[in-house]
Design a protein around this ligand. Structure first.
Ligand SMILES: Cc1cc2nc3c(=O)[nH]c(=O)nc-3n(C[C@H](O)[C@H](O)[C@H](O)COP(=O)(O)O)c2cc1C
Length: 146
């Protein structure tokens, strides 16, 4: 069974709510989902997944520190082992949304392969946002399945 890692951070719950929709969409395509907070995820999670979804709130126009922690810890040990891994990113924000740039940049450093455009949600996901996120999960899962 193919496996997707969703690595994220969330203090207020908005980003966590958003990822639940994505997760549902992926599971409907019979792809396994591993969800890890950035502070809890590790190298094995990154190496063992077939694709990675990166989720963060926008904190001070940057990704959450708790998410960056994951990338700081896994960068050197994963070098040469994760190039080309499919990914897409999503954020929740309060009206800005610049944090997405920091995520795309870090994904570029890891040489992940961007297979879908990022999704930006303002604060908590609405019903329509939920549909959009779920569809994105399905689409990503289908890409992973090939
Ligand atoms: C410390 C802090 C800094 C924030 N900075 C920004 C910001 O620079 N730009 C923005 O659009 N929203 C900003 N926000 C709003 C959050 O991005 C937004 O409410 C987000 O949905 C919170 O996600 P969470 O509930 O998963 O923590 C900030 C919120 C916090 C708590």
């Amino acid at each position: 069974m193919k496996k997707v890692l969703i690595v994220y951070y969330s203090l207020g719950g908005n980003t966590e709510k958003a990822l639940e929709f994505i997760k549902k969409g992926i599971e409907e395509e019979n792809v396994e989902v591993i969800v890890k907070k950035g502070t809890e995820g590790n190298l094995e999670d990154l190496l063992n997944c077939d694709g990675i979804i990166i989720g963060s709130p926008d904190y001070f126009s940057y990704m959450a520190g708790g998410l960056k922690d994951f990338f700081d810890r896994t960068y050197y040990p994963s070098r040469g082992k994760v190039e080309g891994k499919p990914y897409f990113a999503f954020i929740t924000h309060g009206g800005g949304g610049k944090a997405i740039d920091s995520i795309e940049k870090i994904a570029g450093s890891f040489k992940f392969k961007k297979v879908m455009e990022p999704i930006l949600i303002k604060n908590a996901p609405s019903k329509e946002d939920g549909e959009k996120l779920k569809e994105a999960g399905k689409k990503f899962a289908r890409i992973i399945k090939g």
